[in-house]
Design a protein. Structure first.
Length: 242
């Protein structure tokens, strides 16, 4: 048995596709609309400025939806990787399905739906628990609360930490992301050159050198994890047979 210090480090970059089989729509599989809204109407600083009530309502609905779904086989398989490896999940998802699936180290690049933050001081972040956010809900300094989400056009404060994490990776697994949104997309190639990459996505294009598993995450991730736990990460040639 290896100690924590000796464990190999698998970094997982996940996106909306990993939660698709739990019943949450991906972004780019739905005609450019996100749950019937244009992204610029609900997920930009301009949208918040123009119609904060709409934005709050939109995220309250997303929160309700996420409360009603469960982690799927992919989330659970990724959690069980921790029996053999050090695993860090860097996700673009704002849901909590990796955590509920059992993953212990999860970094949310684009924020978390179950948190709120102050519009005055971004360091003031609050757990929402069972609550939603309504007009008039204020932070400790008296300003309106907003969703703790990174909107288009905003900085991604966790990016430098995420980049640093990829530098210590022994293997990268990219799952369920179109890699179309920067800077998250840079992370797939940010690890040192010798580090192998596995991409799990039914519609993946071969734009980075990697082992491609073009299947749904819930279908293939359990056998991928079983393979890695049994054979290790140095010989990935058997992945073709999964
Ligand atoms: P996208 O909707 O851009 O991409 C989802 C990817 O998942 C696509 O490549 C699909 O082919 C793939 N996919 C669909 N079903 C799958 C399944 N069952 N198993 C595996 N893969 C599957 O979502 P993201 O790349 O996550 O940003 O989008 C990135 C960001 O853009 C989001 O975080 C969000 C969005 O607008 C913000 O909200 C700031």
């Amino acid at each position: 048995m290896k100690t924590e210090m000796e464990r190999q480090h698998i970094v997982v970059l996940s996106g909306a596709g990993v939660s698709a089989e739990s019943g949450i729509n991906t972004f780019r599989d739905s005609d450019g609309l996100w749950e019937n809204h244009r992204v610029e109407d609900v997920a930009t600083p301009g949208a918040w400025h123009k119609d904060p009530e709409l934005v709050l309502r939109f995220y309250n609905e997303r929160r309700q939806q996420i409360r009603g779904v469960e982690p799927n086989a992919a989330h659970k398989a990724l959690a069980s990787l921790e029996d053999h490896f050090k695993v860090t999940v860097i996700t673009q998802n704002i849901d909590d399905l990796h955590e509920r699936g059992g993953s212990s180290e999860v970094l949310h690049l684009h924020g978390e739906i179950f948190k709120a933050r102050s519009t005055l001081d971004e360091r003031l972040v609050y757990d929402l628990g069972r609550n939603d956010i309504y007009p008039g809900d204020l932070c400790d300094k008296g300003s309106q609360l907003r969703p703790h989400i990174v909107w288009f056009g905003e900085d991604v404060p966790c990016y430098p930490i995420a980049h640093e994490i990829t530098q210590t990776a022994d293997l990268i697994i990219v799952v369920g992301t179109s890699l179309q949104v920067q800077p998250a997309s840079f992370l797939a190639s940010a690890a040192p050159y010798h580090v192998a990459r596995i991409v799990v996505d039914p519609k993946a294009e071969a734009d980075v050198p990697a082992f491609y598993l073009r299947e749904k995450a819930g279908a293939v991730m359990p056998s991928l994890v079983e393979y890695l736990c049994e054979k290790g990460i140095s010989d990935l040639s058997g992945l073709e047979k999964l």
